[in-house]
Design a protein around this ligand. Structure first.
Ligand code: FNR
Length: 190
């Protein structure tokens, strides 16, 4: 039985290393997982003034999340948190009040940075947001990926064997996590 996973790339940069990581993860994932990117670069800056009448771009964005069984966040760390664009997207998704797109929607978090702690602080912030948004999160394995030049080829292949095995296992665990959550919370009850 296939599951649809919507993924957010936290970076808007053309040469994003987190986008490269997302491609690698998709290549390594079990065949039961089908991936769609959830884009947020065209969302205006959120304000609750929009709550009475969300613009079409925001409606489509929320529909894209609703269409997925689970969400995967692949995010950089900017100033020890998540990038502002991603926070803006999460604020849009969480509103209007009572229509929080993340409620009961399983999620997982991963990211890469050239720095040694590999986005750990940003991921902790993101986990706080997702907790508040009532998203059941994959708690383990955690994945803090230090990016070294050449780690991922332009084709999305991981050049380091240990990292490749680790990421493959991460995606296997993500699949198992989604199966567990959806067994307790079938789609129609979410
Ligand atoms: C960074 N970078 C960074 N790295 C880190 O490990 N912790 C941090 O807090 C920050 N802060 C930060 C702020 C801003 C505004 C920028 C632009 C960068 C470095 C960052 O990890 C590096 O630029 C990565 O390439 C970002 O990932 P993407 O955007 O290429 O996917």
């Amino acid at each position: 039985h296939p599951f649809s996973v919507g993924y957010f790339v936290g970076s808007l940069a053309k040469a994003s290393i987190n986008r490269q990581l997302a491609h690698a993860l998709i290549n390594l994932a079990p065949g039961e997982l089908k991936f769609t990117e959830i884009k947020f670069d065209e969302l205006p800056l959120y304000s609750y003034d929009y709550d009475a009448d969300f613009p079409p771009v925001a409606r489509k964005f929320k529909e894209a999340i609703a269409d997925c069984d689970a969400i995967l966040f692949v995010t950089p760390e900017y100033n020890r948190s998540i990038p502002g664009g991603l926070k803006n997207a999460i604020d849009w998704a969480s509103r209007p009040y009572g229509q929080n797109s993340f409620s009961r929607k399983p999620s997982a978090v991963i990211g890469t940075s050239p720095g040694a702690i590999g986005t750990a602080v940003a991921q902790q912030h993101l986990r706080s947001l997702l907790s508040f948004c009532n998203s059941p999160q994959m708690n383990a394995p955690e994945a803090y990926i230090q990016f070294k030049p050449g780690l991922i080829t332009p084709q999305g292949e991981v050049t380091d064997e240990t990292t490749e095995a680790f990421l493959r296992e991460y995606m296997k665990e993500l699949h198992a996590f989604i199966v567990r959550v959806l067994t307790v919370l079938p789609r129609e009850k979410r």
